[in-house]
Design a protein around this ligand. Structure first.
Ligand code: HEM
Ligand SMILES: *[C@@H]1O[C@H](CO)[C@@H](O)[C@H](O)[C@H]1NC(C)=O
Length: 528
């Protein structure tokens, strides 16, 4: 009797041990992935990634100056570790129990853009850390994603983006007024906050039809930018410890990242509620969210306030933070490299005149200006986390020509290509950490084939059916602002390379912890 009872008590323990043993045997000996190169520990447990991926300063101290931690711990380093693993193990590395990283340019399309008839899902584990699972970017299955994408596509074609020219022009004029005021007052400007506000205003108006004018309140812009950073800064913790996210969502006030997210969401939700409260088809100029509200294709479930809230949170975050990063990288290098600025000014033909001499599309056709944009995208690295794809229904084969090996990734394997690895490939980008727009100017020396390879290697916006939907908008914003940048003489203020270089992976690149952004003193309006 006693024995039976203690056996019963021991049962959960035995089941636990049994499960762990099974997991161990599967991950190390039975899974088809065991044949792949890579560190044994990474194959065995997610703690390996967790170790390189988090090591984050204690949550309660996130608000303090993070730079004091920088020497003690180096958080969010898995992207860099993966790059080192590739130089050690070759083009295929098993970087997790079910995760494979591939560093081969010719294999990118197989993973991300396999063509009609092939399905690519997202990895649910990777998609949940931002907590916007009913947004387009959070859609796991291929089919669900396609439906949501079709509903949004009409708003993001190049033609449609051209109609934003007047909005871009008036926001650019506002930026120039800020520069002009700072020249008079001598006030130090934070370009990162300014570009954050610019992109926020543009995407917000496109989403909801009204201009929140964050550019008019740079203190608020600075607070909001910090806020988004604290959300991003918590993604690694949320990824590895999903229960923390769930817990924090329940607590009033939660941790800083979760709290920031809550405030942000509340603001977005108010906009969605306002759009839903208006009569359908009542708006003169449709915005993204009146368009979704009035869509006859989307089923009712896809138009719930909760889902539209997720969609709007993604749209505002993605539409603000990423282009802001490319803009600050570009402007930093224009200010630190007078030769690049001089070439840009020459190309713009000494444009003085009115505030907006050309449309975004015309500016984008200027080879050197667009080369600067492209180089800024390269060194901003798009999404720095693992953009994983899972093929649900067919094994994928990879042929390692150098080693004469063929590897099989069974259905369900989580596959990814690292933007860091590709964008710093020295065979394509010699001296990869140097900002050099000439890489993108159609060359006379390098062969067309090399040019083509270089262009195909750009993963900033990814590719295939889930390519960044906002890329034309982002490029229009950048073109317009590059022309603005060329019109001003500025000096960097307490800002160096560490403020714009990829140091930590928080899903997007993060420079030195504690960086305040790119700061400048405005000297003069440039007159050729
Ligand atoms: C330089 C600026 C930008 C960069 C580097 C960038 C990068 C990316 C990347 C890499 C993806 C693919 C993500 C994935 O694989 O899941 C993506 C998706 C997305 N981006 Fe961007 N983006 C930028 C600007 C924008 C802008 C301005 C908007 C908004 C208007 C935007 C909205 C989105 C949305 C909604 C998705 C999800 C698309 C989908 O899942 O089909 N992005 N972006
Ligand atoms: C940008 O710089 C200004 C001026 O130095 C500073 O007050 C502000 O806090 C900075 N913004 C962020 C988000 O660090």
């Amino acid at each position: 009797m006693i024995d039976a009872l203690s056996l019963l008590h021991g049962l959960p323990f035995l089941v636990g041990v049994g499960y762990l043993t099974y997991l161990f045997l599967w991950r190390c000996f039975l899974s088809q992935l065991t044949k792949l190169p890579g560190p044994k520990l990474a194959a065995l447990t997610y703690w390996y990634e967790c170790y390189y991926g988090t090591l984050y300063p204690p949550m309660s101290r996130q608000n303090q100056d993070l730079s004091e931690y920088a020497d003690i711990v180096q958080p969010a380093q898995y992207a860099f570790k993966i790059k080192r693993l590739h130089s050690e193990y070759g083009p295929v590395v098993r970087i997790g129990p079910n995760d494979v990283s591939i560093s081969d340019l010719d294999f990118i399309d197989t993973i991300y853009a396999p063509g009609p008839g092939h399905r690519r899902d997202k990895n649910a584990k990777h998609s949940r850390s931002l907590g916007i699972s009913s947004s387009i970017g959070g859609s796991i299955t291929h089919e669900l994603h396609r439906n949501r994408r079709e509903a949004l596509n009409p708003f993001f074609s190049p033609q449609r983006i051209h109609r934003l020219d007047p909005d871009l022009a008036s926001k650019a004029a506002q930026v120039e007024n800020i520069f002009a005021d700072a020249r008079e007052s001598g006030q130090v400007l934070n370009l990162s906050d300014i570009y954050f506000a610019f992109c926020n205003d543009v995407v917000h108006k496109y989403c909801f039809g009204s201009d929140p004018n964050l550019l008019g309140n740079l203190h608020l812009a600075s607070a909001r930018r910090n806020n988004v950073f604290s959300v991003l800064g918590s993604v690694k913790i949320m990824f590895h410890f999903n229960w923390i996210r769930k817990l924090l969502q329940r607590l009033p006030g939660g941790g800083t990242g979760a709290h920031g997210m809550m405030i942000f969401r509340r603001r977005i939700r108010a906009q969605i509620d306002e759009v839903l409260a208006r009569d359908p088809f009542s708006d003169e100029e449709p915005s993204i969210f009146t368009h979704l509200r009035d869509s006859t294709e989307l089923p009712a479930a896809e138009k719930s306030a909760k889902r539209l809230e997720d969609e709007a949170v993604l749209m505002t975050m993605a539409g603000t933070y990423s282009p802001m990063l490319s803009l600050m990288v570009a402007h930093y290098h224009l200010l630190s490299r007078s030769d690049i600025m001089a070439k840009l000014r020459t190309e713009l033909g000494g444009a003085r005149g009115p505030v907006m001499p050309r449309t975004a599309a015309e500016l984008e056709r200027l080879p050197y200006l667009s080369a600067i944009a492209q180089e800024a995208h390269r060194l901003t690295f798009g999404l720095t986390g693992r953009n994983t794809r899972v093929c649900p229904d067919e094994p994928i084969l990879y042929n390692d020509k150098e080693r004469g090996q063929t590897y099989t990734f069974p259905p369900g394997t989580s596959l990814s290509v690292s933007t860091l690895v590709i964008h710093t490939d020295e065979s394509l980008f010699p001296d990869p950490w140097t900002f050099d727009p000439d890489r993108w100017v159609p060359s006379t020396s390098a062969s067309d084939a090399t040019d083509m390879r270089r262009r195909r290697s750009m993963l900033s916006f990814m590719r295939g059916p889930r390519v960044c939907i906002g890329r034309h908008l982002a490029n229009a914003e950048i073109a317009v602002l590059l022309a603005v940048m060329a019109r001003w003489d500025m000096e960097l203020f307490k800002t160096d390379q560490d403020d714009v270089e990829f140091k930590h992976d928080y899903h997007v690149m993060c420079p030195k912890l504690g960086s305040k952004g790119v700061r400048v003193e405005v000297k003069d309006r440039w007159n050729a």
